[in-house]
Design a protein around this ligand. Sequence first.
Ligand SMILES: [Zn+2]
Length: 300
Amino acid sequence: MTGLEWLGTATFRLTIGELVVFLDAYMDRVPAAPPVGLRTAEVTRADFVLVGHSHFDHLAGAEVIAANTGAKIIGSNESCRVMRERGVPDGQLLPSAGGERHRLADGVTVRVFPSLHACTWVLTDSGCGEEEHGHTGLTQDERGAVPGGLVQRITELATGGTEEGRIILQHVQTSAGSLSDGGPLVYLIETPAGSIFYQDTSGCWTGVLANIPADAAILAASGRANVDGEPVQGSMAQFLTMEAKTLGATKVVLGHHDNWMPPVTREGFDIRPVKEEFVKYAPLASLIEARYLEPIVLFE
Ligand SMILES: [Zn+2]
């Protein structure tokens, strides 16, 4: 049996028979975020942690799981650098850049591919079904001058002198080991029963995606999506539908769409536009709505 549980943000626990794989490791969130029902200190079994990228809301906590369970961490060189700094021995780190295939258990492997981060420099407040256009063709310095990015929003809140800002500042300071995304990675876990694609930020190289055949896909639904290095010209729902269709996935689970760091994030992500787009443009894909710690059966 292959089972999946959502642990908030883009973190999941994947169980393939006896094998336990964490996808990201961020469960210890700010007190204002809804609890996911499990803290990293409570994790007693894990064989691997696959980390999508080095931002704290993905990587933080992997060192706790590694220390308590002996799990090996697969991630970018930057993610592994942070983990090394936090005391994880080299023997438990498998630095990857895309192109690797790691053995997870008998008959179970994971392939690593390069990917892209969502466009945090042009953070959106639009609903998942609302189309957005523009902001294309900008250089990095031009992107830095676009008002209202995620970093700007967090910085304003953290330096605003409020109690919630102080808590967020402290949380970011203790959780974040890297200011860089480290080069996002996506994973294809191949099992005898089927393959599972995992992505933890809303970006992709379409040419890479087109060559990944996945039966199930875990897709990140957060911010303004990144398609081949430019912000999506359309809606998040359209982006997710394009990804599901390109991968050929029949089962899709969303992540990163919850209220993981209020008030930077908000509750109320509307999944309906995704369902509607799937029906029209990716009819073979069915959307499975995850709830914290509620078991999902991917393959019998
Ligand atoms: Zn990130």
